[in-house]
Unconditional design. Structure first.
Ligand SMILES: Nc1nc2c(ncn2[C@@H]2O[C@H](COP(=O)(O)OP(=O)(O)OP(=O)(O)O)[C@@H](O)[C@H]2O)c(=O)[nH]1
Ligand SMILES: [Mg+2]
Length: 469
C-alpha cells in the first residue's frame, strides 16, 4: 500500500488551518497516488462530512473549496452557507477566503468530480481546472490561482473538530524560566532513597516510532543547553533502535552525570515474533541485559549468552518504566498491541515497577498545541486522548504525562523543556515509590538507607509535582 503524505508545507498548513477554529486535517485522497479521476475522488471522499479541497499548481498557489456537506453524487444542487473558496499564495500573508453569493448553491453534487460552479475540478478526469468566477462565488482569477489552470496535485482533507479550548487547564503548569531552573535543580539533586543505588533507571518502552529515543535526546538536550542526538531516531517500517542502550545524562558539556539513567529499547510490534520480545523485557527489568545488546527477533537472550549479565544488584534493575505512546495513534492501538501492553504491565506489576505513560507528539496531534505548547492542558482533544490512554492501558490519569520531544528544532525552547523536565520529575517520584517498596519489603541485606543526617535529600513534597485539577 503506498504511503500517502500531505503535500502541504508547514506554512501552508498553518494558513489553511487559520480558516477554521480548533480543527485537525485528515488526508482522505491524493490524486497523484489514488488517480486524477472523478471515480477515485468519490471513492475516497463521498460521505465523509466536512471536507476541504487543496489543489496545487506550478505557479505556487494552493487553493480549493470547503464544504460542510457530504459528497453523495445525488445530482442535486447543494446549499451550504458555511461553504467557501480559498487561496494561499506564496507571497500572501493571509489566505484569501471567498464566501458564496447569497441565494446561490455551493456545489452541484454530481459524479464527475467536485463542481463548485466557479471552480470545477477533475472534469473529464483531467488534472485541470475550470474557472468561472461569478458562478456561486466572486473572485479574481489572478488572486485565486494566478491564471494557471493546470494542477500539479489535488488533495482532499476531512476536517475534524477538536472540541473546545478549556479556559481552566486540567493541570497547572508554570511556564517560567524560574520553574525550568527549579525542575533542573530537583533532578540534579535527586538521590535514590537507597544508599547503594546511585542512579534511578528509567526504561522507555513503546511501539515503533513513538518517540522513545527522541525523549532521551530531548531531555539530554535540555541539560546540555543545546540540541543533541546521541540516540539514533527516525522513521522506518521496523524499529530504528535495534540495541538495548543505557544513557546517562550530563549537566552541561563534560558536566557531572545526573542521578538518572534512561534505558532505550527496540520498538514494540503487535506480532509475537516481531519487535521487542517480552522475555527480553523481563530480563531488562531484572538488570540482566548489558548495554549495547543487539536485540534479536528470532529468540530472546539466553542466560548463558555473552550479552547476559549474571551478577546484578539493585543498581541494574529498572526502577520506573515509561510507556511511550504517540498521541496521534492512541485510537489506532490495535487489540494485539493492547494485549502486549497488558502482558508487560502484568510482569512489571509483579516486580513492583511503577509505570508512567508518556504521550508524545502532542504538537502534531493538536494544532492548538502545535501553535503554542502552553495550550497542552487547555486542549480538550489532548485531555480526551489522555483519558482514552488511561482507560485502555488501565493506568490512572495522573500517571499520563503529555510531552513534546525536539524533532526539527535547532534551538531549545523553554516551554518544551518545562514539559519534558516535569515528566522526568514524575519519573523520579515513581522511582522513589519503587525504592520505598524495597525498604518496606525488607529488600536486600546490603541495602543502606539514607538517614536525614546523611544528605540533604529533596523530599517528595519539595519536588515539582503536576497538579490534576
Ligand atoms: N513532532 C514531533 N515529532 C516527534 C516527537 N517525538 C518523536 N518525533 C519524531 O518521530 C520519529 C520517531 O522518533 P524516535 O524517537 O526515533 O522513535 P522511537 O520510539 O525511538 O522509534 P523506534 O526506535 O523505531 O522504536 C522521529 O522522526 C522523531 O523526530 C514529538 O514529540 N513531536
Ligand atoms: Mg528508538
Amino acid at each position: 500500500m503506498p504511503v500517502v503524505t500531505s503535500g502541504l508545507s508547514k506554512d501552508q498548513r498553518t494558513k489553511l488551518m487559520s480558516l477554521f477554529g480548533h480543527v485537525r486535517l485528515h488526508l482522505l485522497y491524493k490524486a497523484s497516488v489514488h488517480g486524477f479521476t472523478a471515480a477515485a475522488f468519490h471513492g475516497y471522499c463521498d460521505k465523509q462530512g466536512p471536507t476541504i479541497i487543496a489543489a496545487y499548481n506550478a505557479a505556487g498557489f494552493v487553493f480549493g473549496a470547503y464544504t460542510s456537506k457530504d459528497y453523495t453524487q445525488s445530482g442535486q444542487a447543494v446549499s451550504d452557507e458555511e461553504a467557501f473558496l480559498y487561496s494561499i499564495s506564496a507571497g500572501g500573508n493571509k489566505p484569501l477566503r471567498v464566501a458564496g453569493i447569497t441565494g446561490q448553491s455551493a456545489f452541484t453534487d454530481v459524479g464527475t468530480g467536485p463542481n463548485f460552479g466557479a471552480l470545477v475540478f477533475l472534469q473529464d478526469d483531467q488534472p485541470a481546472l475550470q474557472s468561472n468566477p461569478g458562478t456561486g462565488f466572486h473572485f479574481q482569477d489572478a488572486n485565486m490561482h494566478g491564471n494557471d489552470l493546470v494542477l500539479t496535485e489535488f488533495e482532499v482533507y476531512r476536517i475534524e473538530g477538536l472540541g473546545d479550548f478549556l479556559e481552566k487547564p486540567w493541570r497547572k503548569i508554570q511556564w517560567t524560566d524560574e520553574k525550568k531552573q527549579q525542575l533542573m535543580k530537583v533532578i540534579q539533586n535527586y538521590q535514590p532513597e537507597i544508599k547503594t543505588v546511585h542512579q534511578a533507571r528509567v526504561l522507555l518502552v513503546g511501539p515503533i516510532g513513538a518517540g522513545k529515543s527522541s525523549f532521551f535526546n530531548s531531555v539530554n538536550s535540555a541539560f546540555r543547553g543545546n540540541m543533541t542526538s546521541q540516540a539514533i531516531t527516525g522513521t522506518a517500517g521496523t524499529s530504528v533502535t535495534t540495541q538495548f542502550r543505557t544513557y546517562t545524562i550530563k549537566a552541561g558539556r563534560g558536566g557531572e552525570a545526573m542521578p538518572l539513567i534512561f534505558c532505550d529499547t527496540m520498538g514494540l510490534e503487535e506480532n509475537a515474533d516481531a519487535g521487542l520480545d517480552t522475555d527480553d523485557l523481563v530480563n531488562i527489568f531484572k538488570g540482566n541485559i548489558k548495554d549495547r545488546y543487539q536485540f534479536s527477533t528470532a529468540a530472546p537472550l539466553l542466560d548463558d549468552a555473552p550479552g547476559f549479565k549474571k551478577n546484578v544488584t539493585l543498581n541494574d534493575k529498572i526502577h520506573c518504566m515509561a510507556y511511550v505512546v504517540d498521541t496521534c495513534k492512541v485510537s489506532l492501538l490495535s487489540k494485539k498491541m493492547l494485549d502486549k501492553f497488558a502482558v508487560i504491565r502484568k510482569k512489571a506489576n509483579q516486580m513492583g515497577i511503577p509505570q508512567i505513560v508518556l504521550m508524545t507528539k502532542v504538537d502534531e496531534a493538536c494544532p492548538l498545541v502545535g501553535g503554542d505548547l502552553k495550550n497542552v492542558y487547555h486542549s480538550v482533544y489532548i485531555q480526551g486522548k489522555a483519558r482514552q490512554l488511561s482507560e485502555t492501558l488501565g493506568i490512572p490519569l495522573s500517571f499520563v504525562v503529555p510531552v513534546k520531544n525536539y524533532s526539527e528544532e535547532l534551538d531549545l525552547e523553554q516551554d518544551v523543556d518545562i514539559l519534558l523536565l516535569t515528566a522526568v520529575t514524575q519519573m523520579l517520584n515513581y522511582a522513589d515509590s519503587f525504592f520505598e517498596n524495597q525498604v518496606t519489603d525488607g529488600g536486600s541485606d546490603q541495602m543502606e538507607l539514607y538517614r536525614s543526617s546523611d544528605h540533604i535529600r529533596p523530599v517528595l513534597s519539595e519536588r515539582c509535582q503536576t497538579e490534576v485539577v
